[in-house]
Design a protein around this ligand. Structure first.
Ligand SMILES: [Zn+2]
Ligand SMILES: [Zn+2]
Length: 136
């Protein structure tokens, strides 16, 4: 039997609200330059969720999509700019959720750093998690 878990999340302005009725996959810190630009931060904290488990509860009409690479669409709130998730053409059954938008507490913690080869020169990593130049 599958264990059902429900999480909720929202953007900064509250227009976009979502729920996840299923597990959240491994959380990674992505240092790639596109995540840095999209978030304005040193890295993005992302985890896979099944598309089938994900539901936009409100704000579907303000959710904007930006094609940041030939295979990646980034979805964000058109009102406040919060990044919500990305969709990869080569893995269409999963979304990569931006964990910082969750409202439900989670027990999981990040498992690794990826795209460390693109890390900002002013950023330093202060934990013992595995680091990968690109993907594991
Ligand atoms: Zn918003
Ligand atoms: Zn990235």
């Amino acid at each position: 039997m599958r264990i059902e878990q429900q999480y909720t999340g929202s953007c900064l302005c509250g227009a976009v609200c979502y729920e996840i009725n299923g597990p959240i996959g491994e959380i990674v810190e992505c240092h790639c330059s596109r995540c840095r630009k999209a978030n304005g931060t040193a890295y993005a904290t992302n985890a896979p969720i099944a598309k089938a488990d994900f539901k936009i509860v409100s704000g579907e009409q303000v959710l904007k999509k930006f094609q940041s690479s030939p295979t990646t669409q980034r979805c964000f709130c058109g009102e406040c700019g919060s990044p919500i998730m990305s969709i990869k053409a080569d893995n269409p059954d999963y979304y990569r959720l931006r964990i910082g938008t969750l409202d439900t507490p989670i027990q999981q913690v990040p498992v690794c750093h990826i795209f460390v080869s693109s890390k900002a020169e002013w950023d330093s990593i202060h934990d013992d998690l595995p680091q990968y130049a690109e993907r594991p």
